[in-house]
Design a protein around this ligand. Structure first.
Ligand SMILES: CC(C)(COP(=O)(O)OP(=O)(O)OC[C@H]1O[C@@H](n2cnc3c(N)ncnc32)[C@H](O)[C@@H]1OP(=O)(O)O)[C@@H](O)C(=O)NCCC(=O)NCCS
Length: 209
């Protein structure tokens, strides 16, 4: 099943997707003006048309269906590395994309997702769940595919996966230098918490480049 043929303008589409996929509270609050545009019957009809793992988008240079799938090492590794290097420009040894991918696959938790347009990786999202908190990492969309809802779909997909594991609270971190992206997460129901984030590298587990 595919999302409808004709997409409403982007904001409305985001609201519809969020509501139909079960985030009524957060999405409705984020988009109150759009929530009231729909009747209950319309919502049900829209919900019936949605597939959790695919949606039609006008993303990128041409129209197409975006699929969100589990990362597959053979098919996606090279593309994901290129995407992350382009988007995040990782320079630190522990963030090396190839290492991050290997470490994630070793955990085998099925929480690493790619957005595909005709087998081309156009976005990623990684999540983690430790039994106490869920985390979302590495949300990235290729620049020419942005602002068409792909990032939103990746986060919602990761949220569903975490929720299905029993997760009650999802955290994420934003670099100080990337503060403006907080409005993206705010639109998905995330709020800034007064916390100081601390970390420590475990050098013995970080292979030399
Ligand atoms: C953040 C990112 C994943 C969003 O992807 P996307 O596919 O463009 O997101 P969507 O199309 O679903 O956007 C949803 C909303 O968030 C807003 N938004 C998206 N990216 C944003 C950004 N970087 N800063 C502020 N707002 C942003 C959009 O304008 C849209 O708002 P609207 O519905 O009010 O118009 C993408 O911009 C990206 O890859 N950025 C670089 C990597 C990054 O910063 N990742 C987050 C790490 S914490």
């Amino acid at each position: 099943m595919q999302f409808g043929d004709t997409l409403p303008p982007r904001r409305e589409k985001s609201a519809l997707l969020g509501i139909a996929q079960g985030n009524i509270n957060t999405r409705a609050l984020s988009y109150p003006q759009h929530f009231f545009l729909l009747t209950g019957a319309e919502l049900i009809a829209m919900s019936d048309k949605l597939d959790k793992d695919s949606f039609t988008s006008s993303a990128g240079p041409r129209m197409g269906t975006i699929l969100i799938k589990q990362f597959e090492n053979t098919a996606h590794r090279t593309q994901v590395i290129a995407l992350w290097q382009g988007v995040f420009g990782y320079h630190t040894a522990h963030n090396r994309p190839s290492l991050a991918i290997d470490k994630k696959l070793a955990v085998a938790d099925d929480l690493f997702f790619v957005a595909l347009m005709e087998d081309v990786v156009v976005g990623t999202a990684m999540a983690g769940y430790d039994g106490h908190r869920g985390w979302i990492y590495s949300v990235a969309v290729a620049p020419s595919y942005r602002n068409r809802g792909i990032g939103t779909q990746l986060v919602l997909h990761a949220e569903r996966a975490l929720s299905s594991k029993g997760c009650m609270k999802i955290n994420l971190q934003i670099l100080q230098t990337n503060k403006s992206v907080s409005s993206f997460y705010s639109s998905l129901g995330y709020a800034v918490e007064e916390r100081v984030s601390m970390s420590k590298l475990i050098g013995e587990n970080i292979p030399a480049a």
